[in-house]
Design a protein around this ligand. Sequence first.
Ligand code: EPU
Length: 306
Amino acid sequence: MLEMLSLQERFHGLIRGQILVEEPLALHTYFHVGGPADVMVFPADLGDLKLLLKTARDEAIPVLILGGGSNMLVPDDGVRGLVINLSRTFLDIEAADKRIRCGAGVRMSRLLALSAMRGLTGLEGLTGIPGTVGGAIKGNAGTPTGAIADHLDWIRVVNGLGEERVVSRDALGAGYRRTALPSGSVIVDACFTLAPATAAEIRGTISRLLVRRNLTQPVTVRSAGCIFKNPPGDFAGRLVERAGLKGLRHGGAQISEKHGNFIVNLDGATAADVLWLIERARTEVMMKTGVALELEIQVVGSPIAG
Ligand code: EPU
């Protein structure tokens, strides 16, 4: 703690953004689960981010990058070192011709709203995906109708030395719910190329997908979206349902009664409750169907393969 206070003191005056000590991560994740971050910083701008990354690298301080916190499970004893929270940085967004350029901290819902307003089609398949554009690109978020990397032109990243680089879509190495960005790269900016359509058409598709999502997913309860990747040719939700696990409760967490690939925080769930249900689902699905479910969410500090 003493060490972290001195880290806070070191950044004070150098960093323009907000610095918090012992900040509960539950307040920054959709699950509402997770212990404190030793130090959490909201960089005010690119200069702050570069300085934070470089200092952490020079001094071997562990770093966790947090976007919207929508796809993440944080341990109950929290995270040591530095958490860089990007949800209030890189919020600029602009459309010109068939392109939308936006900062990594922009919410996915805002990106979709602007694409509809400007009559630019392509991103509707991402309707309802929570979190920030940066987080969505990192894990190539998507639905069966498309993934975010499909429409990317390029992204701009900063590495641990504080160097900026533009990465084209082809060089991103995007696959099913993954990209091949080097660890330590932080996405700050992205540009999408879309196709023209009428705003009414795009809004119609978005509304239809939202209605479907509300009918099939537990959208009013805290969760981290889908827990597992869909295995080739099948659906994780279907397999969990077939294993008879929908509605199974452990502590304050429950495998959703509505959708088998969601775990919901019903009442003060801990990370341990959620992890117990994840392990139970993996074991039962493996025993009953022979399929090894892989995690889609990021489980911080866990040896479970993602
Ligand atoms: N199904 C079941 N039981 C369940 C849930 C689903 O049998 O409990 C069956 C459904 O009947 C359907 C199939 O599984 O035949 C697929 O279900 P769904 O349409 O709900 O889609 P999904 O593959 O489970 C994917 C994305 C979601 C996205 C929806 C939009 C992944 C891992 N998940 O879910 O993304 O919202 O499509 O339709 O690709 C997320 O990324 O966090 C996420 C939730």
